[in-house]
Write a protein that binds this ligand. Structure first.
Ligand code: URA
Length: 243
């Protein structure tokens, strides 16, 4: 593992702001290999160095999982030569090498993006056979007819391929706002599905992955680390399409 600044390691492992991490360092609460360390600039190897806070060894997780409230106009990529990406929105105190978005949202789609450096986890939640539901709030041009809803519930056809069932639930009649649950994420699936029914999508916002909802405290552009329990909730699938 690469060597990282001790204040960064403390803030990641203890979910502290960089300022609070520096504070506990200044207070003399942190030791590295038995020696008190007050300097936040010091670089440590999380695998090899023993870092203790008040005598208790710090556990530094191998991987991190971040919930981001993606604003419109941001690209779902790790890096882009011209445009700002979802990874660019992660504050430096929690950013790590190797972070990438586990699943892409279109540039104009807002809401829950999961960022991680755990490739296996990303595969588990994205692989078509895993059926982790993703829930969206979709504003449509007009109301969905009963026939159209049935067509989606039966499994829409895109590019001559029949896809997994899609649930639609009306949330607001006046604004044609629907909750839509996908069990797979094909390219521009929601926009293409409704465009095919002659009902263009006006706005798209992801609210939930698996059983984990976007934290309402996160403003667009803000993110936070997930707890291990929250990470598990992403893989849970007890929605109406459970087998
Ligand atoms: N479906 C779309 O069409 N766009 C998204 O960003 C996500 C799902």
């Amino acid at each position: 593992m690469e060597r990282i600044r001790i204040d960064k390691m403390l803030s990641q492992a203890m979910m502290l702001s960089r300022t609070d991490a520096k504070k506990i360092l200044r207070e003399g609460s942190v030791s590295v290999n038995g020696n008190i360390c007050k300097n936040g600039d010091m670089k440590v190897d999380p695998n090899a160095d023993v870092v203790c806070v008040n005598g208790k060894q710090l556990i530094y997780d191998k991987y991190i999982y971040i919930m981001l409230h993606k604003p419109s106009g941001i690209v779902s990529a790790s890096r882009d030569s011209k445009e700002k990406t979802v990874v660019d929105l992660v504050p430096s105190e929690i950013r790590r090498k190797g972070l990438f978005p586990a699943g892409r949202l279109d540039r104009d789609t807002t809401g829950f993006v999961l960022l991680t450096d755990d490739g296996d986890f990303a595969h588990r939640i994205l692989a078509p056979g895993k059926h982790v539901p993703k829930t969206y709030h979709v504003t449509l041009t007009r109301a969905v007819t009963a026939t159209e809803a049935d067509e989606l519930a039966d499994g829409p056809t895109l590019d001559e391929e029949k896809l997994l069932p899609v649930s639609t639930q009306l949330l607001n009649d006046d604004t044609h706002l629907y909750s839509v649950i996908l069990m797979e994420g094909r390219y521009h699936q929601i926009k293409r599905m409704f465009a095919k029914q002659g009902n263009p999508v006006l706005a798209l916002h992801r609210v939930k992955m698996g059983n984990l909802e976007l934290d309402p405290a996160l403003q667009p552009g803000e993110c936070r680390l997930l707890t291990p329990q929250e990470v598990k909730m992403i893989e849970q699938r007890n929605c109406l399409f459970d087998e």
